[in-house]
Design a protein around this ligand. Sequence first.
Ligand code: S3P
Length: 454
Amino acid sequence: MTMTISPSKPLSGTVALPGDKSLSHRSALFATLAAGHSRIENFLISGVTSRMLDALTRMSIPWKLEGTTLTVDGKGIGGFSVPFSPLNCGNSATTIRFLAGALAASGTPAVLDGSEGLRRRPMDRIILPLQQMGVNIKGNNGFAPISLGVSQLPLKGGTYIVPVSSAQVKSCLLLAGLSAREPVTVEEPGFSRDHTERMLAGMGVSIHSEKKVIDGSPRYLTHLIPPSTNYSLKPLNMTIPGDFSSAAFLIVAALITPGSEITLKNIGLNATRTGLLDVLLSMGASIQIVARPSSNGEPVGDLTVRHSPLKGININGEQVVRMIDEFPIFAVAAAYAEGASIVKDASELRLKESDRISSLVAELKNLGADVEESTDGFTIHGHGGLIGGEMNPHGDHRLAMSMAIAGLASASPVTIQQPEIMDESFPGFANTLSGIGADIKVNSENTVKESVQA
Ligand code: S3P
């Protein structure tokens, strides 16, 4: 299958987006830790979240989806049954790392595995600190599959220093910390997304974060006091806002497509996630933000975006973590800008769904960009546009969607191979884009089977 995106007329309209991926993963899993009935609206139904739900089924946790409303009957911390087969986390690093933490807290033995792509992603970053906490866990030379044996509870508390800012690692250790004897502190060099902290606090867990300067460098510390009983967490009753990381594709779509103006409703605007907004505003983007009532401690707003001339920008340091998932779409904006954009301190991108430095640079070059790779980032010399062509998404949903957006304003169409990968995080991507005026055709085996042209 391929998807072809042709240079577009102006985009216009108002769009509501599927629920946030990070909040969907957390809500499904954290609901199991409460004793009682949780109700979660606007849950993201996608490739990666279906892996989490499937894992819950395999651990005998009752859940139900009606439309996009998920209900879960949690059994409290330690309420998992020993899974009846290995838990297949597919391509989802969030699923495998979160499950490892929750299984550690419940002392439940299990095997966690996933796709070839997931098996290439580093797992020592959770295995080693979990072992220090007393968890009986081992990987395959630092990679999946991961095996958890029976662990002696309670686990050991204390301070765990995470060398790379990662909300997946932080969340894994905080989840394990729910069954620790003493308080747990996770220390990171940058402040990774804090959805876990906000959601656990809403469920009654004593948890807070602080910034400290240690040996002259800023450090971000998150402290958790384990709850007194296995059953003391409150069930969730929440509506998940639209995913900012999905909104990012549409924001850049409107910015680069001449004459466009679109509004995105009820988007999650947690400041630990919205680094791209600040960057685009500094590049000259016209984006109006209207705040809406927050949802379970998560800021929400509507965004109105108009086509804008953009100029290049440099990104480094702590800014990187606040937009860690948005570099592929940022790179498209930078290619449509005038002037150089230099990204540094972003070597973590090499450990995502693909090596997002080399795959991004290769695919942007295919579309005519003037771009160079460095060890920890890339430089794009923006010349106000791209030529178009065919691209390989390297099994990476965000790369596929970013290059699709590039096709809206390139000189000739962009064709994406294996566009099905987009469903990992944003099912309905093509329909959403065509709904605001984009010209998208999905081709099956070289025959045009379906056209989603507006
Ligand atoms: C996520 C954290 C990020 C991000 C991923 C989702 C989360 O990963 O890339 O898409 O929900 O906590 P890292 O924490 O490994 O950077």
